[in-house]
Every structure is written in structure tokens, then in C-alpha cells.
Write a protein that binds this ligand. Structure first.
Ligand SMILES: *Cc1c(COP(=O)(O)O)cnc(C)c1O
Length: 393
């Protein structure tokens, strides 16, 4: 027996990421591989930085994709900015804040945790108190869009409070970039990282980051060397930095970068405000359908992410059975709960290319059919019409 080529099924991806990839992006990836120091490639890298500045709404010189998934963007921020002995205030209202704590400690720092209930935004007053109680803290770290719970926090106000207490900010925007308003310069965020496979609808494997001048100054004036060779920005910038001279650091994931370039061109064509509006509109329609069925959102109105809808499981329903029926009968993927939310919620993603009317109606119809078939306690046959009414205006 010989192993054959791998042909995955065509799915509709409405989980917490990856989201459906625009076919234009897959086509861009299949273009010829060229050298990572080829002048034509270097020209593409310069365009990429410009396109990323648009996506982040920043003019930061240091704006580039790290050659690995979102988690590496997170690590890049922490290992470069945190020195042994540094104190960092970390906000946790879901899974990813917990990872930030790990990153602080592995960088030799001390994390002061500000805990909020999962499913809620970060409480600015608690953060202010923590900063007052820890005047030696140097950094405030928080997640803008908590993908594990579907809650969005007020990044603008959190950054304002951090500045008042002379702290830099490290901000996780993996799920917010291109899906919810994010203004790196206006809000004066310092070290910001994201991912490609959420609202940019690109393939996974890259992590766009952007650093303010203040943050970059901290990186270049460290007393100790960055403990990670691969993520040390002082070295990475020899390849990605400005100027004509490019030194080999690592082989860039060339075709994956073509994909991100295309994803960002698509974003530019749509216009970033239009992308935010589209995500909101599709969320409103999905919400109407979910609530018509009698299902409940986990996050209170006003703190909800349009691109990640956390829905409570109706009583008596085995949530894994529902997800597996959606996958096998509809080729539709929705997400399970993560961490403390496991078994309690579904996470329905409406990210990037997947955030469209067809998917909203398809998902509601499929969920309605599967739940009705199980005799789950929902109102059947009304969800799709409720969503259609939103689109009809
Ligand atoms: C997905 C995600 C990450 C991690 O990104 P990977 O590409 O999976 O490494 C980090 N933070 C948030 C908020 C995310 O949603």
C-alpha cells in the first residue's frame, strides 16, 4: 500500500480560526518561489510593511510579520520588552491572558494579575488600582479581543491608563485586526501583535507585529540579551529592517508571505472601515437568528465581539454531538469552548472572508435542523427568517 496525495474536504470554517481562506490568497501562494534575498522579493516585503501599517492604522517604522503563528508574535513582544526582574501587570479575562502570564514569567519577569470574569471585558478600574499599587510596573499587557470568550475590551482607555502610570502596553490583537476598530497610533499602543488566520482570512503561520518608537527604544537599550535568538528583534531587523542591506537571519516563509500580501491587498480594496462594518452587520444577523431560536449569548451586549459569537449550550444538549453532526453532514466547523468554558459554549466565528450573509444563513439553518432533530429545547424554524429580516433592513 502506498500513501496517496492528501486532499482535504471543503469545509465552511466558522470557528475561532482558521477562517475560510479567500481563493485569491490560495492562488497567490502557488506562485513561483523565489529567493528570500531576491530584490523582487525585497520589494514585496516593503509593500507588505506598508500594507500592514494600513491594517494596524499606524505609521510605526517597525511593522512586519514574524515568521510563525500568532503565539510567536506574543512571545516576540514579551521576550524583547521584558527583562529579568521586570514587573508586568497582566489582565486576564480568558485563555490568552493566562498565556501572557506564562510569557512574562518565562522572560524572568513578575506578573501582577488583574482577573476578570470570563465572558466580560477587562475592568479598567481594577487595572488602574493595580497600577497604583505597583508603581514599579513597567508594562501593561492585555488582550483586545478574547477569542476564548468573545469579549472585547477598551484598548484605547486601557492604554491611556497605562501611559498615566508610565507603562508601555503589550496588546493582543490576533482576533481584532480587520474585524473590529483598532487604531494603533490614535490609541498610542506600544507593542501589538496579531495573526493571519482570523479576520485577515489568510493561511495560518505568520504574526504581524508593530512597535512604537518608545517600545523599540526599550528593545535596543536592554541591559541583557534577549533569551530567544530567533525572536530577538535586534537580529530580525537585520533582515526586515529598512534600508537596502538585507542580512540572512532565517529563510522567510516565502509563499506564505505572498498569501499575506494578497490578503492585505484585499483588505485595502475593501477599505478597513468597510471590513469593520461588514463584521458588525453579519454579527447582527447571526445574533437575531440565535436569539430567535431561544439561545443565549455569553457576553453582555456592548462587550461582544462581532467576529466571535459565544453561545451557551441549551440544557440537556451534548455540544460535541452537535458539532460533529454539523461537520459530517454540513461540512461546517464551529468552535467548542476553551479552558474554563469547555463543554459550556459554542464559539461561532464570523471572521474575514467567512463573515458573509450566505454563511450566516447556512449556519443558522444547519444549527436549527441539528438541534430540532435532537429535540433540543429551542424554537424551530424561525432563526433563518430572523436573520434575513436584518439583511432586508
Ligand atoms: C488565535 C489566538 C492566538 C494564537 O494564535 P496562533 O496563530 O494560534 O498561535 C493568540 N491570541 C488570541 C486572542 C487568539 O485568538
Amino acid at each position: 500500500m502506498s500513501i496517496q496525495s492528501f486532499h482535504p474536504p471543503v469545509r465552511t470554517l466558522m470557528g475561532p480560526g482558521p477562517s475560510d481562506v479567500n481563493p485569491r490568497i490560495l492562488e497567490a501562494m502557488s506562485r513561483p518561489t523565489i529567493g528570500h534575498l531576491d530584490p523582487v522579493f525585497v520589494g514585496m516585503m516593503e509593500e507588505m510593511k506598508e500594507l500592514l501599517r494600513y491594517a494596524f492604522q499606524t505609521s510605526n517604522q517597525l511593522t512586519m510579520p514574524v515568521s510563525a503563528p500568532g503565539s510567536t508574535g506574543m512571545e516576540t513582544c514579551f521576550v524583547n520588552l521584558v527583562e529579568p526582574g521586570d514587573k508586568v501587570v497582566v489582565c486576564q479575562n480568558g485563555v490568552f491572558g493566562g498565556r501572557m502570564k506564562e510569557n512574562v514569567e518565562r522572560s524572568g519577569g513578575t506578573a501582577v494579575m488583574v482577573q476578570d470574569n470570563w465572558g466580560r471585558a477587562v475592568d479598567v478600574n481594577k487595572v488602574e488600582e493595580a497600577l497604583k499599587a505597583n508603581p514599579d510596573a513597567r508594562i501593561l499587557a492585555f488582550v483586545h479581543a478574547e477569542t476564548s470568550t468573545g469579549a472585547i475590551s477598551d484598548a484605547r482607555v486601557l492604554a491611556e491608563v497605562a501611559r498615566k502610570h508610565d507603562c508601555l502596553t503589550i496588546v493582543d490583537t490576533v482576533t481584532s485586526l480587520a474585524g473590529s476598530p483598532l487604531m494603533v497610533d490614535d490609541w498610542q499602543l506600544d507593542a501589538v501583535y496579531s495573526g493571519t488566520q482570523k479576520c485577515l482570512s489568510c493561511v495560518p503561520g505568520l504574526s504581524p507585529v508593530t512597535f512604537s518608537q518608545k517600545a523599540l527604544d526599550v528593545v535596543t537599550s536592554r541591559k541583557t540579551t534577549v533569551q530567544s535568538w530567533f525572536m530577538d528583534l535586534n537580529l530580525v531587523l537585520g533582515y526586515w529592517g529598512g534600508g537596502g542591506k538585507r542580512a540572512y537571519h532565517h529563510t522567510a516563509p516565502i509563499n506564505t508571505l505572498y498569501a499575506l500580501h494578497e490578503a492585505l491587498v484585499i483588505l485595502q480594496e475593501e477599505g478597513i472601515e468597510n471590513s469593520w462594518t461588514r463584521h458588525k452587520k453579519n454579527h447582527d444577523a447571526l445574533k437575531a437568528g440565535i436569539e430567535a431560536m431561544g439561545l443565549k449569548f455569553v457576553v453582555p451586549e456592548g462587550e461582544r465581539l462581532p467576529q466571535l459569537n459565544a453561545v451557551s449550550i441549551p440544557s440537556g444538549v451534548d455540544e460535541a454531538v452537535v458539532r460533529s453532526a454539523l461537520l459530517s453532514e454540513y461540512n461546517l466547523e464551529i468552535g467548542a469552548g476553551l479552558g474554563a468554558m469547555a463543554g459550556k459554549i459554542w464559539r461561532i466565528g464570523l471572521m474575514g472572508y467567512a463573515s458573509n450573509q450566505t454563511n450566516v444563513l447556512f449556519c443558522l439553518g444547519a444549527l436549527d435542523a441539528v438541534l430540532s432533530g435532537m429535540k433540543a429545547p429551542i424554537s424551530s424554524g424561525v432563526a433563518v427568517d430572523a436573520a434575513r429580516a436584518v439583511y432586508a433592513g
